[in-house]
Design a protein around this ligand. Structure first.
Ligand code: MTE
Ligand code: HPA
Ligand code: MOS
Length: 771
């Protein structure tokens, strides 16, 4: 089944925030953000702005009628700065005017006098100064301290990854319309309608039942609208509440880039030990997360960093510690993978370091250490693993050995161009790391004309969740998909929603829909049995007809629902789903955190132009564990998109903040994302069919985030190509591998390799200085 949005998307008829027709009298907002990253506000001058033509009001912190606070996990983020600014672009004032132009013109006249304070942009510096968002956490398994004794080889070093701009095509924005009796209707481009509702209520002081949030769809979110849509909706809600007029704010691209947080940059230390057969014996990692100026979702993201610190490998002795470090950057936030990609990069770096030093291929180490069913993750859950299946199938199907030979041959014949290969196994846990968030609701109405309406908490952001939910209803009722409509997401129809995130949206909302439909179906079967005078157990609905004992009757779906209605049998249902089995004990840092894991292996081949440092990605070929995909077209789209987005993070997307905390890569002229030319020439996706029982909807495993991490393979393939040109090249584990860094690495001085092997009884040699 095609994505139900494909027709309106291709014709430009899909409705986004900016497509909502405006009511007469609508006012327009624009935020004034702090020009510097850290300091005490001495004075703020809005008097010129207030006199500008068309300006209705300039809101500052003192105009907040409720609580001036939007922090979700920790209350550490004012909506509008009061005494202090903590990052460049932090909203200080909100101008509301009769036109968008008037609002933005007025913003330009606002001046602020700030006494500057020291700016921290580096997470290790923040940690050294005790600037932590939450106390550090440590996950451990076995005992690393004694395990080092048993290691034949030990390697240590640093690995770093940069941030990433979400670059959803639709920027952030909201449109708030006052209703009667003080209520508000909020349209928001958000993954979390309830988060927006909560923030709007907090700043206005309204109770939740007076604020309805509705979302039709997003032009992408990628995590950037899980929490950070709140600011813009809360500003518009505050203004609409005070002025009793509709207020809209839709950010310009450069405002969005400057004022919103991104993927967290991480700097990490690793130490890994192997026995003589290259089995991993011990792993220690310390993660320094650059959280930015406020908590936002950073503590939850830090938790997932720890949950994924061993990626797809089993290591009997692990100690992983993470620090969420407060800096003066815009608060960093959720981004596809949610802290998982960052720790996976670190263990892959540790493996590459070992392989380099021992003069072997990383794949030798990777393959030996893949997690097996029954092995324990550092947080205590036992794996139900497809890791080896994916790896082996990839090796065979894509003939990795002959790719390897071909590359060797190519590299021996070419001076200027070198190819590199890398394999990247991925293991990603499905469930919100916060157990309480793993719940969802669905409201299903069957109308007496036979059509069906489904409302859930799921937000469509291009990932195809509405299509999957529609399929669930059509499958349970066994009716034509055209009979089903998935409605907009509204907090009045579905309350207390978790954001559409964690790749779990189709599982959670699909299962709630399954429950609601199944209950209606049971009632319909009873009606059919009565109508046909047969036993209820003989009744089945198939292809729009009632079947009795596998024989089609002339009672069709439409007649059946109409009969049920006339008999006053309810044909609507509201169902609640909560993921079973999961729990987590934070005191012990152990539990069954995930309902299941998704596995896969990617094979990546790249070609580097060793004169210029530029490169092409020849192919990314994956074997992916879909379970039993309920929509291969959508799932393939998710994999292709995830791969390209992951490659962007690992190669060309380079966020640059200067020492003053100002974003330098603040437009699409300075921030490069993959286009069709930089995407892999070939992407192959093979479905690992596994019919193992799992908690996915119709056993169709979640697919939103896991493929992002296949992109990490590209970094290591590039590294291998560089090494083919300059075997002793100095290539720090520091992503992204931009063409500039590639060029520097190609012509770098040899790295003193021998120093880095440390035998068990030798004195410690730290490679930090070299790496
Ligand atoms: N795909 C598209 N087209 N647009 C998006 O914004 N977000 C990603 C992923 N795929 C995203 C996407 C992220 S971060 C997540 S968590 C999942 O989709 C969320 O949707 P799901 O739970 O339905 O997979
Ligand atoms: N993923 C995405 N969003 C979240 C999570 C998660 O695991 N936990 C809390 N919010
Ligand atoms: Mo995705 S980062 O969980 O929105």
């Amino acid at each position: 089944m095609k994505n139900i949005d494909s027709k309106t998307h291709t014709r430009g008829k899909s409705i986004y925030l900016d497509d909502i027709p405006l009511l007469q009298g609508t006012l327009f907002g624009a935020a004034f953000g702090s020009p510097i990253a850290h300091g005490i506000i001495r004075s703020l001058n809005i008097s010129v702005a207030e006199q500008m033509p068309g300006v209705i009001k300039v809101f500052t912190a003192k105009d907040v009628t409720g609580e001036n606070q939007i922090g979700g996990i920790i209350p550490d983020e004012p909506l509008l700065a009061e005494h202090e600014v903590d990052f460049c672009g932090m909203p200080v004032a909100f101008v509301v005017a009769q036109s968008d132009d008037a609002a933005r013109a007025a913003v330009k006249t606002i001046t602020i006098d700030i006494e500057p304070l020291p700016v921290i942009t580096d997470p290790r510096e923040a940690k050294a100064r005790g600037e932590l968002i939450v106390p550090p956490r440590t996950f451990s398994l076995g005992n690393v301290d004694t395990a080092w004794q048993a290691c034949e080889y030990i390697f240590e070093g640093i690995a770093e990854t940069n941030g990433q701009e979400h670059l959803y095509i639709e920027t952030q924005g909201a449109y708030v319309i006052p209703q009667e009796n003080g209520a508000l209707k909020v349209y928001s481009s958000t993954q979390g309608p309830t988060a927006v509702q909560r923030a709007s209520c907090r700043v206005t002081g309204l109770p939740m039942h007076l604020v309805e949030v509705e979302v039709t769809r997003l032009g992408g979110g990628f995590g950037g609208k899980e929490d950070q849509a709140n600011t813009w909706a809360a500003l518009c809600a505050l203004a609409a509440h005070r002025l009793r007029k509709p207020v809209k704010y839709s950010l310009h691209r450069m405002e969005d880039m400057a004022m919103t947080g991104k993927r967290h940059p991480y700097s990490s230390d690793y130490k890994i030990g192997f026995d003589k057969d290259l089995k991993m014996v011990a792993y220690e990692a310390t993660f320094y997360q650059n959280a930015g100026a406020a908590a936002d979702l950073s503590p939850a993201i830090m938790e997932r960093t720890l949950l994924h610190c061993t990626n797809s490998y089993f290591i009997p002795n692990v100690k992983a510690t993470a620090y969420s470090c407060r800096t003066h950057l815009p608060p960093n936030t959720a981004f596809r993978g949610f802290g998982g990609p960052q720790s996976m990069f670190v263990i892959e770096s540790a493996i590459a370091k070992a392989a380099d030093t021992l003069g072997i291929d990383s794949a030798v180490i990777q393959k030996k250490n893949l997690i097996k069913t029954g092995d324990e993750f550092p947080f205590g859950q036992k794996a139900v693993s497809e890791a080896a299946e994916c790896w082996k199938k990839a090796e065979q199907l894509y003939e990795v050995n002959s790719i390897r030979e071909g590359i060797k041959d190519f590299n021996s014949k070419n001076q200027i161009y070198k190819k590199g290969l890398a394999l990247m196994p991925v293991c990603f846990g499905i469930s919100f790391t916060n157990t309480a968030m793993n719940q969802a609701r669905s409201l299903v109405h069957v109308y007496f004309d036979g059509s069906v309406s489904v409302s859930t908490g799921a937000v469509e952001m291009g990932q195809g969740v509405n299509t999957k939910i529609l399929q669930v209803a059509a499958i349970v009722f066994s009716i034509h998909p055209d009979r089903v409509k998935v409605q907009t997401t509204s907090t009045s129809r579905i309350a207390n929603t978790s954001p559409s995130a964690a790749s779990a949206t189709a599982d959670l909302n699909g299962k709630a829909t399954y429950l609601a439909c199944t209950r209606i179906l049971e009632r319909l079967k009873k009606v059919a049995a009565e109508e046909l005078g047969v036993d209820e157990n003989l009744i089945e609905l198939k292809d729009e007809y009632v079947f009795v004992n596998n024989v089609q009757s002339d009672l069709d779906w439409k007649k059946l629902v109409n009969t049920a209605h006339l008999k006053r049998v309810g044909i609507s249902e509201h169902a609640n789903y909560a993921t079973p089995e999961i729990y987590f004990d934070k005191a012990k840092e152990k539990g069954h955190a995930f309902s299941y894991h998704v596995y896969g292996t990617a094979v990546t081949v790249v070609t580097v132009d060793c004169l210029r440092g530029i490169y092409e990605i020849d192919a990314v070929k994956v074997v992916h564990d879909f379970g039993t995909s309920m929509n291969p077209a959508i799932d393939i789209g998710q994999i292709e998109g995830g791969i390209v987005q992951g490659i962007g993070w690992m190669t060309m997307e380079e966020i640059i903040y200067d020492k003053e905390g100002k974003l330098r890569s603040n437009a699409l002229s300075t921030y490069k994302v993959p286009d069709i030319y930089s995407a892999p020439k070939e992407i192959s996706i093979d479905f690992l069919q596994s019919d193992k029982d799992n908690l996915a909807i119709f056993r169709s495993k979640a697919v939103g985030e896991p493929p992002f991490m296949y992109g990490i393979g590209t970094y290591f393939a590039l590294r291998n190509a560089i090494k083919a040109f300059n075997p002793l090249a100095h290539i720090p584990f520091n992503a992204p591998m931009t063409p500039e860094k590639t060029l520097l690495a190609l012509y770098s001085n040899p790295q003193p390799l021998s120093k880095e092997i440390k035998r068990k009884d030798e004195e410690a040699v730290t490679s930090v200085a070299i790496n």
